[in-house]
Design a protein around this ligand. Structure first.
Ligand code: PMP
Length: 406
């Protein structure tokens, strides 16, 4: 049977994730991987979670083993509202402004499904988080690819593109700008306050929404916290957050915060997708954040990531610093740095050599929805040890030199 002929147009276009394919070799013996962006599993509070799991299964089984509402567990929402008040000074969020999702990945999918049509435009960073690109691509919108600079999106570029859409009478089809405000994946950069304000101004002028994705904001190891775009423009911003990087990704819990009307529409889309998020993990997270201070608990993890980032910066400087035209980002938090090598180096092509030298990175071309900058790579510093970071960078230098000779 010709299964292909039965596929939808969108499914025909879907490709398997390059990252997943590339990282299949990450566990080969002796491999040093700067590839995966997952948190260190040793940092998950497994004993505390085990204790609470037992308690809720025994005492709250009527809730945790049952279907829940699509909107999400009210106890988790209460806990999250408290976190927003305590850590972000946001005191206006109510139950109706919030829906609990199966990770931020589902949130991205639901936002795309709720806001985009085939002829819609959306603004995304260039490079872009791969998962957002694939979620939005389900609607086949037209992407406006906004260059990412050291302090966030290039808003002058965005403004020129918006002006063009205005002139051709298409501006009402521009639905939103997708922004990873802190410690961008894959870019490692943070949007500064001035740009956040400017983005809000543009959103008001051209009447579009901002989708702020902030999975890494809590993982700041230096510098000062910047107010969220959501806090600057709660009426125009949909804020996505997740428990994946601050508690455990296996719980698959995310949250969308925004205007009541939009949240209701997104909730209806979610209803069609999965009826509700898992009651068990929602209540587990709810009791955890009730009992423990989420951010105090992850402080040691953040310290660890910060130390590894310092080691990574030193190792890059020492091993790659003398390469002509090389550039890399210096993250103040999160898990990634983004390296730009001299033009002419194709990091996908070089990947085979890297595998032989037993060092892995993610070739930058995985993070573009248009013609990629092939001389880029994403480097994650959270999992390898300090020694592995140094050794991995020595290997990477050998790979670059070998590639340059051939
Ligand atoms: N957004 C960004 C920018 C991410 O990096 C990730 C995960 N790597 C997600 C969303 C999705 O995370 P999750 O579904 O685990 O919440």
């Amino acid at each position: 049977m010709n299964f292909e002929s039965k596929l939808s147009e969108v499914s025909k276009r879907i490709k398997s994730s390059i990252i997943r394919e590339l990282l299949k070799v990450a566990n080969n013996p002796g491999m040093i991987s700067f590839g995966g962006g997952v948190p260190d599993p040793d940092t998950f509070p497994r004993n505390k979670l085990a204790e609470i799991s037992k308690e809720i299964l025994e005492n709250e089984h009527r809730f945790v083993l049952q279907y829940g509402t699509t909107e999400g567990d009210v106890e988790l929402k209460k806990g999250y509202i408290n976190l927003l008040k305590k850590y972000d000074g946001i005191d206006w969020v109510k139950d109706e402004n919030m829906v609990i999702t199966v990770g931020s990945q589902q949130a991205l999918y639901l936002v795309g499904m709720t806001l985009l049509d085939k002829n819609s435009y959306c603004g995304v960073s260039r490079p872009i988080y791969l998962g957002a690109a694939s979620a939005f691509s389900q609607r086949a919108p037209k992407f406006i690819n906004i260059p990412l600079t050291k302090d966030g999106l290039d808003l002058e570029y965005l403004e020129r593109e918006l002006e063009k859409l205005y002139e051709i009478g298409e501006i009402d089809k521009f639905k939103f700008v997708y922004a990873i405000s802190n410690f961008h994946n894959p870019g490692g950069v943070t949007m500064n306050l001035e740009k956040r304000k400017k983005l809000v101004e543009l959103a008001e002028k051209y009447d579009f929404l901002i989708v702020e994705d902030d999975p890494y904001g809590a993982l700041r190891f230096e510098g000062n916290k910047v107010p969220s775009i959501y806090s600057l423009a709660p009426n125009r911003t949909i804020l996505l957050n997740t428990f994946s990087k601050v508690l455990a990704p296996g719980l698959r819990l995310g949250v969308i915060i925004g205007d009541e009307f939009l949240i209701r529409k997104i909730t209806m889309t979610k209803q069609a997708a999965d009826l509700c998020s898992p009651s068990l993990t929602q209540r587990l997270a709810a009791r955890y954040i009730q009992r423990y201070d989420l951010y105090d608990e992850i402080a040691p993890t953040i310290k660890l990531y910060g130390e590894k980032k310092d080691t990574m910066m030193k190792a890059i400087e020492e091993n790659l610093g003398d390469i002509k035209d090389i550039d890399w980002t210096r993250p103040e938090g999160g898990l990634f740095t983004w390296i730009t090598l001299p033009k002419g180096i194709d990091t996908m092509e070089m990947f085979e050599m890297a595998k032989m030298e037993k060092v892995l990175y993610i070739p930058g071309e995985a993070f573009y929805v248009d013609e990629p900058d092939r001389n880029t790579m994403r480097i994650s510093f959270c999992l390898p040890s300090h020694e592995e970071i140094h050794e991995g960078m020595r290997r990477l230098r050998r790979v670059i030199d070998k590639y340059a000779k051939e």
